[in-house]
Design a protein around this ligand. Structure first.
Ligand code: F0G
Length: 363
């Protein structure tokens, strides 16, 4: 019987030997690309949602983490460290455990979703809460990795980008070619960098492992979206106090800033911002109309698509992929808030069929 072997085994010929030599995997990747009928109708094209919440720890980070931890294992590393708004720490903790390594995570004070925090703790990471934001945590993690015997597994580690580029490979494998437009949220900007590399390599017969074959004949336009309160790339300067309910992308000075701009410019794409309200509207649309539950940051890709469509930037008939990066169960509180901002309360009934039927509107 066949099962998906994880992104390193599935795409080994397109990854460096430093990663494929000693593979640590939880069989990440192979996530569904789901046709989104309601969204397709709204924008007049074919929209597909790449549901990265279905990775082993519930986010796209697992693609990069299998690569970073495999590389660390090859080097004989015993300990890894990362800064995180939550998902990276959950993923690092799980893969470090799988590899028999210890894991330290630096998280910003007070703004980590409960689901993510519990994962890091459950997998035995040492959790350090820093009096600062994500950008401060990353600065600290870099300094620790320079001065002490510990591997940094943030997306500034090149192995992370190599692993994450496999998501673009999967999209092309599923669609038969690259889409016209690819939308995704942007935080530290590693993922937009990775997707662009993946698409570029898959369209290049001379890319590593291509063997003269290019699975894609074209490249998508990359549409990246930051949260309005944390939109340094859109504003053109770092944001000292980033704020957004999408805590995963609450980042004021992205490490891969230049690479994100390159992906935008080389692809003829754009990087724009979406408000928290737009994010929550897209979050509700995904769960209530498409059956796809995501965390708020993930909904930025769909919020951005709707904004770009309203601005006339999405040609009719386009094929569009929106990456939704993390599972809704990571940060479930937002589902319990109605469109008007009120708490959603359950209807209460006694143990009685007629009252239950009545409450359900059954006749
Ligand atoms: N979506 C989710 C759910 C994320 O967790 C992140 C980043 C992003 C989008 C943005 O991706 O940083 O590659 O541009 N989370 C990091 C973390 C920062 O620590 O988990 P990016």
């Amino acid at each position: 019987a066949h099962q998906w072997r994880g992104v390193i085994a599935e795409y080994a010929d397109r990854l460096p030997a430093t990663i494929t030599e000693h593979v640590v995997t939880l069989r990440e990747g192979g996530t569904p690309l789901i046709p989104a009928e309601h969204l397709s109708e709204l924008v007049g094209g074919q929209v597909h949602v790449k549901y990265e919440g279905l990775n082993p720890t519930g986010s796209f980070k697992d693609r990069g983490m299998t690569a970073a931890i495999s590389d660390a294992a090859r080097k004989g590393a015993r300990a890894v460290i990362c800064a995180s708004t939550g998902n990276t720490s959950a993923s690092a903790a799980a893969y470090a455990t799988k590899a028999g390594m210890t894991c330290g995570v630096l998280v910003p004070e007070g703004k980590i979703a409960m689901g993510k925090l519990s994962q890091a703790i459950a997998h035995g990471a040492t959790l350090i809460q820093v009096d600062g934001n994500f950008d401060d945590c990353l600065t600290l993690a870099r300094k620790l990795a320079e001065a002490y015997p510990v591997e940094l597994v943030n997306s500034v580690n090149p192995a992370r980008i190599e692993g994450q580029k496999t998501a673009a490979f999967e999209v092309v494998d599923a669609l038969g070619d690259a889409p016209d437009i690819h939308c995704l949220p942007v935080g530290n900007a590693g993922n937009i960098t990775a997707y662009w590399r993946g698409y570029t390599e898959y369209a290049d017969p001379d890319a590593p492992g291509a063997g003269g074959v290019a699975p894609a004949t074209r490249l998508p336009r990359m549409f990246g979206f930051q949260a309005a309160g944390a939109a340094p790339i859109v504003l053109g300067h770092p944001v000292d106090q980033p704020e957004t309910i999408a805590t995963a992308i609450r980042i004021g000075n992205p490490a891969s800033w230049q690479q994100a701009e390159a992906a935008r410019d080389e692809s003829g794409g754009l990087i724009d911002m979406v408000t928290d309200e737009e994010i929550l509207t897209a979050h509700r649309l995904l769960s209530a109309r498409e059956g796809i539950f995501v965390e708020p940051a993930s909904a930025a890709s769909v919020a951005g698509l709707l904004k770009a469509h309203a601005a006339g930037l999405v040609p009719a008939g386009s094929t569009i992929v929106c990456t939704v990066t993390g599972h809704g169960l990571k940060d479930p509180q937002w589902a319990l808030r109605g469109a008007d901002g009120s708490d959603v309360e359950p209807v209460r009934v006694s143990v009685d069929v007629v009252s239950a039927a009545d409450a359900l509107g059954l006749e």
